[in-house]
Write a protein that binds this ligand. Sequence first.
Ligand code: MF3
Ligand code: CO
Ligand code: CO
Length: 259
Amino acid sequence: MSEIIIKTPEQIDGIRKSCQLAAQTLDFAAQFVYAGVSTAFIDEKIEKFIVSHGAIPATKGYNGYPKSSCISLNEVVCHGIPSERNILKEGDILNIDITTILNGYYGDTSRMFTIGSVTPVAEKLIDVTKHCLELGIQQVIPENYFGNIGFAINRFAKAKGFSVVYEFCGHGVGVHFHEEPQVDHAARRNSGPKMKPGMIFTIEPMINQGKAGTKVDKLDGWTARSVDNKLSAQFEHTVLVTQTGYEVLTDIHNEYRAT
Ligand code: MF3
Ligand code: CO
Ligand code: CO
């Protein structure tokens, strides 16, 4: 059993810098997200930006994954592989997920984008998913249980008529890409390990319009779609447990005041 790493102040500084670069890369990518562009083109821009800042895209070559980002369109829950064949069109919703390795430290973040005007249900799904991440982050307090993150997220998503993906989870991050613990987005109250200052992990709820289940593409072995092909949305931040609460390390827009 590997343990949850408590990061040193030096590691926290390094991880914070990588997290900021990952978030800056999402900001940079935004200018290329419009109708008619392929997701492979956006991925190329992302790769160049990361490399030009002295970092490495963590996904490239990770367990054989071929690209520098994940770009998940519409019914794709996560791990969409950027492709020349995926051309963005009016009404699409998409998640871009970026993980950087800077000076050996990992930062992981993702957010949703929309192409032109999208349906009211797509808009609601995106809003609810963003709020799910906020509710999860509010549970980050020393001595609180990891399960309370998933409890808060699941309760809200269900109340809004959506379902929480349980087959993919958040994770410890920073020294490695995927560390302990697994951060479930649907969980029982007061279950799992307790949060301690110096822990760093992602919260990355994937919320489905329809059923919670997913299926992985048999041909590429990566692309995870909702089982009923209805829409799915996701937001992800990397979060540090502080002495008194949290610091959202990938929050370069100051949406979250450290607590
Ligand atoms: N960035 C994803 C996460 O949030 C992981 C992508 S792994 C890949 O954990 F291999 F699919 F790229
Ligand atoms: Co992640
Ligand atoms: Co990610």
